[in-house]
Ligand binder design. Structure first.
Ligand SMILES: *[C@@H]1O[C@H](CO)[C@@H](O)[C@H](O)[C@H]1NC(C)=O
Ligand SMILES: *[C@@H]1O[C@H](CO)[C@@H](O)[C@H](O)[C@H]1NC(C)=O
Length: 421
């Protein structure tokens, strides 16, 4: 074999080797990518969930943003919630009127609100929905596309004036700022001259909210019962998968759905603790359900799922009396035991005065049992309650219009309001 041939042969071998190696690297990369995609997209989903692929994509998308926000926070650059809010901001829409509804922005007692008034002529005064958006007291806005669309459709379909309130958010502001902003805006609205200005019938006003907005709705409606200055009585309240208590984050629904997309337990606990403080020791204690001090143990019977949940939701779960936490947390952040943050802590006397109530709960939601327990407590107190439990529903279903089920839930909500408000 000539030297030339030999070197050619070697050269070919080398190339093959290179190709072989580069193929090896490529499949390694592909494998890593596959594992990452699987990790991100994989979620065990229940069989009765419609459109599971949409849920997988949404979950992948949310997880990516959440991980980025966690990373940015680890680097010490930005608070987790601020990063999430930044990611959501492109989804905000200006207050634009359409052919059926006039949309404007103003302030009620210095609190910004978006107002939706139907354009069609009305002989009579209109009914009105005072709406409080969700987002864990940290995120969300009346301007977000989904919230704006929902308010617009409510105004149009019910021929109602919708007020959508923009309260201040954590981590910049903590409890009771969110509560007070909503309450002050509502009180401002419930005055004769303001209702006249918007053509609202004072006997047909309701308060409504989803998630953290459902929490604020339940809280302000309770507070209003004792307010001597407000003469107008609300006709209804509507609570869409509301958060109603901080005392037990180990209810069957928290256990069952702790990793369910959109609102895993870790995020809900973070929302709760951020409502009261940015000090993460509360979050830690809360996550392990060790934040209620012994001297506050009396609150636990008000949120005792063992006695308040219908049998079918208890399944095989065994009620454990909680391990008590340090008194120091409750002293530093008394908000988490305040009825204005945890409406389930109201006593029966208070509950008796509440207006007819609509409650939506979803099977796949850590907050399901909060809603269920409130339904039981309201019924025990003699309040007229319509409970709509969505068997194939999940947290966020009211706003996520890309899902078919969302339209079904919205239709049920509108039809209840149209009959009861
Ligand atoms: C306005 O109302 C009409 C009649 O109900 C409806 O067909 C139309 O889609 C509505 N427009 C918007 C923007 O919602
Ligand atoms: C909760 O209720 C169960 C009975 O349903 C009872 O055994 C338990 O002591 C109660 N715990 C608290 C803290 O109220």
């Amino acid at each position: 074999m000539s030297v030339l041939k030999l070197s050619q042969q070697l050269c070919i071998q080398k190339k093959e080797k290179q190709i072989y190696y580069s193929m090896g690297r490529k499949s390694l990369y592909l494998l890593i990518l596959g594992v990452l995609v699987a990790y991100y997209a994989y979620t065990p989903l229940p069989h009765n969930l419609e459109e599971p692929w949409k849920m997988m994509w949404l979950n992948t998308y949310l997880k990516t943003f959440s991980h980025l926000a966690t990373f940015v926070e680890l680097l010490g650059l930005n608070h987790y919630m601020d990063t999430l809010r930044y990611f959501m901001s492109p989804n905000e829409t200006p207050p634009t009127s359409d052919e059926n509804v006039t949309v404007t922005e103003t302030t009620f007692n210095d609190i910004p609100v978006r107002v939706y008034v139907p354009k069609r002529k009305s002989e009579a005064l209109r009914r009105s929905v005072f709406y409080i958006h969700g987002g864990g007291w940290c995120l969300g806005s009346a301007a977000l596309f989904e919230c704006d669309l929902q308010s617009r459709q409510t105004a149009d379909r019910l021929d109602a004036v919708v007020i959508s309130v923009n309260y201040r958010l954590a981590p910049m502001y903590h409890f009771p700022v969110q509560f007070e902003d909503v309450y002050n805006a509502l009180r401002w609205f419930l005055r004769k001259n303001i209702l006249e200005k918007y053509g609202v019938n004072p006997e047909r006003i309701g308060v409504s909210g989803d998630s953290a907005g459902g929490n604020l709705a339940a809280a302000v409606v309770q507070q209003l019962l004792d307010d001597q200055d407000v003469k107008i009585k609300l006709k209804i309240q509507s609570l869409i998968y509301p958060a109603l208590q901080t005392s037990d984050v180990d209810t069957p629904s928290y256990q069952e759905n702790s990793h369910f997309p959109i609102l895993p337990k870790s995020l809900m606990v973070r929302f709760w603790s951020e409502y009261f403080t940015t000090d993460r020791s509360l979050e830690k204690a809360m996550y392990s359900n060790q934040h209620i001090p012994l001297e506050s143990s009396h609150v636990l019977k008000l949120v005792n799922w063992s006695s308040l949940l219908p049998e079918r939701f208890k399944k095989g779960y065994v009620y454990k009396n909680p391990a008590y936490g340090s008194s120091e947390l409750a002293r530093k952040y008394p908000g988490f035991l305040d009825v204005r943050a945890a409406p389930l802590l109201a006593d029966d006397n208070k509950l008796r005065g509440l207006p007819p109530t609509y409650v939506i709960t979803c099977q796949y939601d850590v907050l399901r049992d909060d809603g269920l327990m409130y339904v039981t407590r309201l019924q025990n107190a003699g309040v007229q309650v319509t409970h709509n439990h969505i068997e194939d529903g999940f947290h966020g279903v009211f706003s996520l219009r890309t899902f078919e089920i969302s339209h079904r839930v919205m239709d049920q909500y509108i039809s209840w309001l149209s009959e009861n408000l």
